[in-house]
Structure formats: C-alpha cells, structure tokens
Design a binder for this molecule. Structure first.
Ligand SMILES: [Zn+2]
Length: 695
C-alpha cells in the first residue's frame, strides 16, 4: 500500500528543495497507519541509539532530531487540514492519533535512559565546543525532562501520562465545539429593511452566502467579517442583539436552543483546569501558572501580576474617559441614556466617523488583496532585502490557497509559505501561523527549508471583484506574516531551536506585533494601498484622518486585553486557593466577574460566555500565557522605536534585527537577542507612546 504521507518522507531525502506535503492525496485513511509506522520506527531507532556505549551530538542528538522532524512533517499537514478543511472522517482519524502522539511524547520525556544520555553529553568536556544552538537544545531538553515527570515514581509517571492524554483530547473537543457551534448558526434575512446601514460589501457578502446555501435573500454568519459588519453598521438593533447573543453564547450553557447545548464547553473547561492543576502538583509546582512560567521569560507569577497591574493603572483612566466620550456622544446625538453590549461597536463607529470622518469601510477600496500582498512583500524587501514570489501549480488543500517562496538578496532560497486568506465553512476562526516544516541540516548534508502556513479569516472576494480588506484585516495579515518570517528566515540548522521552535512563549509575539507597525507608516502605506479601480494612492487627507484615528478607543482595547490576560492568569494561578473554588470545581464565571469589576470599562451582560470560546487558553498554547501579547508588545514596540529613530526602511537597522532576532530562532534567550539588537534592556515607554497613553 502506498501512503502519501510516508512517500513524502522518502522523496524528501532525494531532493534539496522543499518537498511539500501532497495535500491533494492525503486522505483520512492514511493518517493512522502513517502515524503508527513513524512511531514504531522511532521507538525501534531510539532503543538502538540507547544501546551505544557513549553519546555525543552526532551519534545521538542529531538522529533524535531527525526522528522528531519525520514525525513533525507527517503530523503537521494532518493537524493543519483538521483545522482548515475539517470533516467528520478527518476528525475521527485525527482524534484516534492524538492519544498515540501524547503517549509517545510522555514516553520520551519520562525515559530515564534517554535523560541520562543527555546528561552525559551535557557533562562531557566536549559540551563547551558545541555551537550555542546545540547547547541550548541540550539545556532545554534537560529542563523538559523534569517538566515531563522523569523524576517521578512509577505511579505518578503513569498518572502524568493519563493527564496529558486527557488534556489533549479535551482541548480538541473544546475547539471542535466552537467550530460546530459557529457553523450551525446563521441568520437568514429576506426583508431588505433589515439591511439598513450595512455597507455594500457586507450586503454582497451575505447575498453570496445565501446563494451558496441556495437560499434567497441574505445570510449572516458568526464568521468574523460577517459578524463584525453587522455589529459595526447594522441599524437594526434587534439584528445586532440577536447576533451578539449568538456569538457570545457559542459553545456554552447559555445558547438559546436545545440542539446547541451539545456543544457546551462548561464541563470541558472544568476538566481542563482541574487536570492542569493536578499536573502542576505532580511536578511540585504550586499551580499551573508556575508550571507555565518554567519555560517563559517572566520568572515569577508576581512578575506577571505586577506587569499587568502596571498597565492597568496606566490605562484605566484613559479608557474610562474614552467610554465617557462615547456615552456623552450617544446621549447628545441620539438621546440614549445607556448602551447595550450590542450598541457599543455600532455607536463607536458613528463616533469615529463624527470625530475623524473615517470608517473602516471607506478604506477598503484601497486595500485590494494583490496590492496589499505586493506592498507587504515590498515592505520586507526594503527592510531585509528579501524577495518573495508566488509559485504556481502547487497542490494544496483548497483552491483559494496560494504558495510563495522567499529568496534572499543573493537569490538563495530561504523558505516557502502557504497563504489561506479567506473565511469559509469548516475552517477554524481567527488567524495564525503554523509550521509545516522547520529548517534542518540533515545528516546527509541536505538542507531542509522552513515552510509555514499563514491562515487568516479575512473577507472573501465578492462576485468578480477582488477581495478588499479593512485596515484591521491588513494589520492581521502583517501580524501573521511577522510570525511567518520568524519561522522562515531562521538560519539555525537544528530543528528544536530553529524558527519559532524553542522560543519562550511570552517572546513569540515580538516579530508579529513588530511588523504591524509598518501598517501605520505613510511610506509603507504608499506601497500597500491603492484604489482597486483607479490604482490611485490613498489620498493624503484620508491617510491623515486614518492616522489621527489610530488610537481611537485604544485604551478600551488595551483594557480588554488586560482583562483576558488577568482572567487567564488568575484561573491558572489561583485554581486551588480562590475563594470561588466550590465542590464542583472553580466558579469560572465568578472569577471573570471579579476581574471585570477591577478592570472592565464595559461590563458585558450576564449571559455573555466569551470564555467558552476562549480557545487561546483552553485549546491553544496560551494557558497562563495570554499576558504574552502585552509582554512581547513591550519588546516589539521598543524594537520598532529604533526604526523610528533610524528610518523605517533603514537597511542597516533591518539587517541588525534580521541577524540579531529573526535568524536566531530559539537558540538563545529572547532577552539576550533583544539586547543584542537594541543595545540595552527593554523599556515600556514606546508601548505607552504607541498606544496613546503617554506622550
Ligand atoms: Zn500572534
């Protein structure tokens, strides 16, 4: 039997260019056999490696890195397809593989002989002759053995393994519930009156959505482009309310119909928190937040709480003023005494137009897809000298997906990426970058290039028009591209610390948020923006208005991020000690309510269950780590401030950032990389200035 997932590995050893996964041929029935075979082979190879008399990098760690690479390259396309072209069959095969992968990972992490072999290499005199990246891999591994329970008794090891397996299953269920709940809901409208206030693009998009379901009229969904358009522009208050309720009660106990209750995440959340706490306890941490910090830049839970408090103190009054301004505006102009949750975005948009004569919609004609992409590629060409070009004829998982390659100034290949821009059914919401394969110098001397998936849920093209993006969507694209460059521009040849691998999670948002800054610079916008019909540059006056509106309600947004970060950190650090601990677990809602009483400028209605779709922390990698966005933004804002000093396209500064940060991946501590670039410790001033909180 030929299995495309396994064939891909065989082919890869013969070629020097990136061998991409054969997406068109990967079927659910290939998944389990491929995973079984790789795991079997890896286990056999591991036991023979451990029989060696002595251990060094090339006879031991290099082969282990190759094993990890093979597994990663087979699993990555599977996991990716499960996220972006989900189906029942794929889901089943994916879910069957999860416990196998989880057990394998725990097995390696708890293997005492393996641990001792790493220790022997670390203690040998030759350790100091290894490259910094190699030393970092060994030191990280020694740390991670302890975090996998290598020191535990047999009973506790077994329990650790069970918990890991259950957590992997629960996280997947959490995500599946959101996906199912999101796509089960849509609003079908046949009465044109309900469309009042909506811009043409939103009406066109909803008409197209109705046609796809073979319905007359218009369909609104809980996809970001559709939902946001209604919340910002629909004059019909009842439509906004209905969509708001549907959106914020997804996958919760508060959803309106019986059918949707099957996707309630309440029990999953309880189980996840309880198991995480138990896991931390097994490893002698007081709580899961401490375990989370064991691999991060922040050292203690107090460091994180202090950091968040500092930002809350600095932003709260400004955010309250912003909200007061909105309330006053709504009262004087519309005679309303109070705002419901589904009014806030709508009237904020009215206020933005009143104050700055600008709306997100007005900018859209200046951001057609191709221009934005070409402009983004020109921006990074100016900064780093790299060239990006589309490659045709590559098979992917969906016809809307495009593939690009990056070459450096000398024409040398640096990496490739898939770009999957538009929202669609069976595709997980949000935007993210993930690695398809990492940069590796194989034992054979062949170089494997890094390949990334860039996934967004942006507005799709409507009819024959090109896709037109809001400025916010352009920022999202830059953000993910920033992650992608971190992964693809790495020059580290060892998988475990190449690209984003091995990067402390609270530093991972540095390159992404860093690149967003160019979306606000006139010189850069001239490259990114041009009217899709006339090709005219964005008029100066429009740019000035857009820039003036940059920090519109930015402190309110900041406070919302801080609310999420504090909530996340509290439920993980105070799980056992919280006054909201009950016999049934933690009263998560009560913790959130208390956080809001301290932080929130706007208190959402009682039925709001935002936390039930907070997949960053319940299903993703941000558990007790959501603070990372703000933590890393201190670094990204401060790094960008050097470009403000030297010029945003200053090549010398660009190359310094490339060499000091992007190329280094996880080979050194992020603070060291930052200091190498900035020449000093990070300072918070640039973040406060960019956010409009300090002058
Ligand atoms: Zn990010």
């Amino acid at each position: 039997m030929t299995n495309p997932l396994l064939n891909m590995l065989q082919k890869a050893t013969k070629s020097d260019v990136a061998v991409l996964p054969p997406f068109a041929y990967i079927k659910p029935q290939h998944i389990e056999p491929a995973i079984d075979q790789i795991l079997d082979e890896n286990r056999v190879q591991l036991s023979s490696l451990l029989k060696q008399k002595s251990f060094n990098w090339s006879n031991f760690i290099q082969p282990l890195e190759e094993m990890a690479d093979r597994l990663q390259r087979v699993w990555s396309p599977v996991s990716h397809m499960n996220s972006v072209v989900n189906s029942d069959e794929l889901r089943e095969a994916y879910n069957k593989s999860l416990p196998k992968l989880s057990n394998y990972a725990t097995e390696l992490g708890q293997n005492e002989k393996l641990f001792q072999a790493y220790q022997a290499i670390a203690n040998a005199p030759s350790f100091s002759t290894l490259e910094i990246a190699q030393q970092k891999i060994i030191n990280n591994a020694l740390r991670d053995f302890h975090l996998s329970g290598v020191d535990l008794s047999e009973n506790k090891k077994q329990r650790f393994k069970e918990i890991k397996q259950q957590l992997s299953k629960l996280k997947t269920q959490f995500e599946e519930n959101i996906l199912d709940a999101t796509y089960a809901w849509f609003k079908h409208i046949e009465d044109q009156e309900n469309l009042s206030g909506l811009p043409d693009f939103a009406i066109g998009m909803s008409k197209q959505a109705a046609e796809q379901k073979e319905l007359s009229g218009w369909i609104f969904t809980l996809d970001a482009p559709s939902y946001m358009a209604v919340m910002m522009y629909a004059d019909s208050r009842s439509l906004r309310e209905e969509m708001y309720r549907a959106f914020v009660t997804r996958a919760s106990d508060q959803c309106s119909d019986e059918k949707s209750k099957q996707w309630d995440n309440s029990a999953n959340m309880q189980a996840i928190l309880s198991l995480r706490h138990e896991l931390a306890g097994l490893l002698n941490f007081k709580n899961y937040a401490e375990l989370s910090l064991a691999t991060k830049m922040a050292e203690t839970t107090d460091d994180v709480f202090d950091f968040l408090s500092q930002l809350i103190d600095k932003s709260k009054a400004v955010a309250e003023n912003e909200y007061q301004e909105l309330s006053d505006f709504v009262k004087s102009k519309y005679g309303m005494d109070s705002l419901a949750a589904w009014d806030v975005m709508y009237y904020s948009e009215k206020l933005r137009q009143d104050k700055f004569a600008i709306s997100q919609e007005e900018l859209k004609p200046y951001f057609p897809e191709q221009r934005v992409l070409d402009g983004m590629f020109s921006v990074v060409n100016k900064i780093y000298g790299i060239h990006i070009k589309e490659i045709q004829g590559i098979e992917t998982w969906h016809q809307a997906v495009r593939v690009f390659e990056i070459r450096d100034i000398d024409g040398k290949m640096r990496g490739q990426f898939y770009l999957d821009l538009y929202t669609r059914e069976k595709k997980r919401g949000g935007a993210w970058m993930d690695d398809c394969q990492g940069r590796v110098m194989h034992q054979t001397g062949q170089l494997q290039y890094p390949v990334a998936y860039l996934t967004c849920n942006l507005t799709p093209p409507i009819g024959d028009e090109p896709a037109l993006f809001t400025h916010q969507e352009v920022i999202t694209l830059f953000h993910e591209f920033g992650h992608g460059l971190h992964h693809m521009l790495t020059q580290v040849n060892y998988l475990s610390v190449s690209g984003i691998n091995g990067v402390a999670w609270d530093a991972v948002e540095l390159p992404s948020q860093f690149l967003e800054n160019w979306c606000w610079e006139k010189e850069a916008l001239d490259l990114i923006a041009a009217h899709y019909k006339t090709n005219e540059a964005m008029p100066e006056v429009l740019f000035e208005r857009m820039h003036a509106a940059k920090n519109f309600q930015s402190s309110m947004i900041m406070m919302r991020q801080l609310e999420f970060a504090l909530f996340d950190f509290k439920i993980h650090s105070e799980y056992a000690t919280s006054k909201f601990k009950t016999e049934k677990g933690l009263d998560i809602q009560a913790v959130l309510d208390e956080v809001r009483s301290q932080v929130a400028v706007i208190t959402p209605p009682a039925f709001n269950r935002f936390q039930h779709s907070f997949s960053h922390i319940f299903a993703g990698g941000y558990a007790a780590g959501y603070y990372s966005y703000k933590w890393a933004e201190v670094l990204s804002a401060d790094a960008f401030s050097k470009f403000e000093e030297q010029g945003i396209f200053d090549r010398q500064t660009g190359l310094e950032f490339l060499h000091s940060v992007l190329e280094q991946g996880g080979s050194q501590e992020p603070i060291e990389l930052f200091k190498a670039f900035r020449g000093r410790e990070p300072q918070i001033d640039a973040l406060l200035r960019h956010s409009g909180i300090a002058a």
